[in-house]
Design a protein around this ligand. Structure first.
Ligand code: URA
Length: 448
C-alpha cells in the first residue's frame, strides 16, 4: 500500500475506499505505518472532512482492527455511556455503578485525558491498586458477576483507535466530527451493547463548542450506532464551565463518591441522573423517564450505587478504604491554597479550557503520551457563572505539588474566573435529547 498516495488523495479532497481504510488501519495497529503519515492524513481529514459513508468506513476499519466483547449470553440488557469529553466530567465514575445497581449490565470502557479534557481512566487510577487493564475475558467474567466493569481500551479493542487517539491529541486533530464519531463508535460497537447513551458536550470546554456542531456530531454517532444494531440516544449537556467543583484526578473521585453517597454538587448530580435515566430507558427496564429518574435517585439514596462501586473497586484490585475514607486513602497534594475574590462582583465565566490546561501544568495531565500523571493535584472551583462574590470570599482551592506550579495555577485561575457586574445568561445543564427519530428540547428536571 502506498500510504503517501492515500494522503495525497485526501489532501486534494478525495476519498479513501472502505478497503483502503481497513488495510491502512490494520497496518497502523500492527505498527507497520509510521505515526507521521497517519498524522498527515488526520490533518487532511481535519480540513477536507469525510461524508457519512467514509466516516462509517473509518469506524469499521478501526473496529475490525481488534476483537469484540461477547456478552450476548447475559440475560440482562447491556448499556454503556460515552462522553465527548470535558473538564470536571467525572460522570462515568458515578454512572457505571449507579446503573449496574439498577439491574443493567454496564461494560464501561473509558479513555485517558485528551487535549484539555480529563480521562476517566486517569481518575480511576488514583485509587491505589485499581487496575483498568482487564482482558476481554476478565471483563466478561466481572460483568457477569457484578454487572459492571470499568476498563480501558487494551490492545484488544479497536487498537487502531487507541494509537490514533493519542496521535490526534498530539497533532491538534481532535476537533473533527468524523474523527470523533469514528473513534467513539468503534470502541462502543466492540462492547456488544444492546443500547448506548452519548453525552455530547456543548460550550467553551467542549470539542464542539457550538450547538449546531454538537448536534451534527450527535446525529453522526447515532446513525453509526443504529446502522450497526445498537440503539443509540444522545443528550446534549453543558460544558461552558467545569462540571461540579472538582477538577483533576483523585479530587474528582472524591466528588463522585459524594454523589454516590447522595450528596455532591447540584449540576453534577443533575447530569448524572439525566444520563442514568436515559440508560435505564434505552435498557427498557423502566417505562418512562420519570420512573427511570426515580429508580436512579433511589439507588443513590439507598446506598445501593455506593455499595456497587465498592464491589467494583475491590474486584479490580483497588483499596476499598478509598470508597469509605477517600481523604485518607487517595493521594493528597502537599499544597492546598485558597484563592479569594479581590472585589465584589458576579462570576461571568469559569473558562473550562484554561482550567483543563492548568491541570496539566500542575502535573495532573499529560504533555506527552507516556508522561506520568500526578493524581493528587487539581482544583476545587467553588463558584459558577452567576455566583455573586464579595472581597475575601473563596473562589477556588488549588491543589499543587510545589510552589512553581502553584503560581502558574494561580495565574491561570485569575484568567479563568471572570467577574462582572450583572448575572450572565443562564444555560441549561441538559438541553436536548437526540434520537434517530428527531430532536427534543428538554425542559424538565435536569434541563435547568
Ligand atoms: N472521545 C473519544 O473516545 N474519541 C474522541 O475522538 C473524542 C472523545
Amino acid at each position: 500500500m502506498m500510504v503517501v498516495e492515500l494522503i495525497e488523495r485526501k489532501r486534494d479532497g478525495g476519498q479513501l475506499t472502505p478497503e483502503e481504510w481497513r488495510g491502512l488501519m490494520a497496518a497502523y495497529a500492527r505498527g507497520d505505518v509510521p505515526d507521521y503519515q497517519i498524522a498527515a492524513l488526520a490533518m487532511a481529514v481535519f480540513f477536507r472532512g469525510m461524508d457519512d459513508a467514509e466516516t462509517e468506513a473509518l469506524m469499521l476499519a478501526m473496529l475490525s482492527s481488534g476483537r469484540r466483547l461477547d456478552l450476548a449470553h447475559l440475560k440482562v440488557p447491556r448499556v454503556d455511556k460515552h462522553s465527548t469529553g470535558g473538564v470536571g466530567d467525572k460522570v462515568s465514575v458515578i454512572l457505571a455503578p449507579l446503573v449496574a445497581a439498577c439491574g443493567v449490565a454496564v461494560p464501561m470502557m473509558s479513555g485517558r485525558g485528551l487535549g484539555h479534557t480529563g480521562g476517566t481512566l486517569d481518575k480511576l487510577e488514583s485509587i491505589p491498586g485499581f487496575e483498568t487493564r482487564l482482558t476481554l475475558e476478565q471483563t466478561a467474567q466481572q460483568v457477569e458477576r457484578l454487572g459492571c466493569a470499568l476498563i480501558g481500551q487494551t490492545g484488544e479493542i479497536a487498537p487502531a483507535d487507541r494509537r490514533f487517539y493519542s496521535l490526534r491529541d498530539a497533532t491538534a486533530t481532535v476537533e473533527a466530527i468524523p474523527l470523533i464519531a469514528a473513534s467513539i463508535m468503534s470502541k462502543k460497537l466492540a462492547e456488544g451493547l444492546t443500547g448506548l447513551v452519548l453525552d455530547v458536550k456543548t460550550g467553551a470546554g467542549a470539542f464542539m463548542p457550538k450547538l449546531d456542531d454538537a448536534l451534527r456530531l450527535a446525529r453522526t454517532m447515532i446513525a453509526l450506532g443504529e446502522r450497526h444494531g445498537c440503539p443509540t440516544v444522545a443528550l446534549l449537556t453543558d460544558m461552558d464551565a467545569p462540571l461540579g467543583e472538582a477538577c483533576g484526578n483523585a479530587v474528582e473521585v472524591v466528588e463522585s463518591i459524594e454523589v454516590l453517597r447522595g450528596g455532591g454538587p447540584a449540576d453534577l448530580r443533575e447530569v448524572a441522573l439525566a444520563l442514568a435515566a436515559e440508560m435505564l430507558l434505552v435498557a427498557k427496564v423502566t417505562p418512562d423517564r420519570a420512573s427511570a429518574r426515580a429508580k436512579a435517585a433511589e439507588a443513590l439514596a439507598s446506598g445501593a450505587a455506593l455499595a456497587k462501586f465498592r464491589e467494583i473497586v475491590q474486584a479490580q484490585g483497588g483499596h476499598p478504604g478509598a470508597v469509605d475514607d477517600p481523604v485518607k486513602y487517595l493521594p493528597q497534594a502537599p499544597l492546598r491554597v485558597e484563592v479569594a475574590a479581590e472585589r465584589t462582583g458576579v462570576v461571568q465565566r469559569v473558562e473550562p479550557r484554561i482550567i483543563g490546561r492548568a491541570i496539566t501544568t500542575l502535573g495532573g495531565g499529560r504533555q506527552h503520551v507516556d508522561d506520568p500523571i500526578d493524581h493528587a493535584v487539581g482544583f476545587l472551583v467553588h463558584v459558577k457563572p452567576g455566583s455573586a462574590v464579595r472581597p475575601g470570599e473563596t473562589l477556588a482551592t488549588i491543589l499543587a505539588r510545589d510552589a512553581t506550579t502553584l503560581e502558574a495555577a494561580r495565574a491561570a485561575l485569575a484568567r479563568a474566573i471572570v467577574l462582572g457586574e450583572s448575572a450572565p445568561p443562564s444555560r441549561r445543564r441538559v438541553s436536548h435529547r437526540v434520537t434517530s427519530g428527531g430532536l427534543e428540547e428538554l425542559t424538565g428536571p435536569g434541563a435547568s
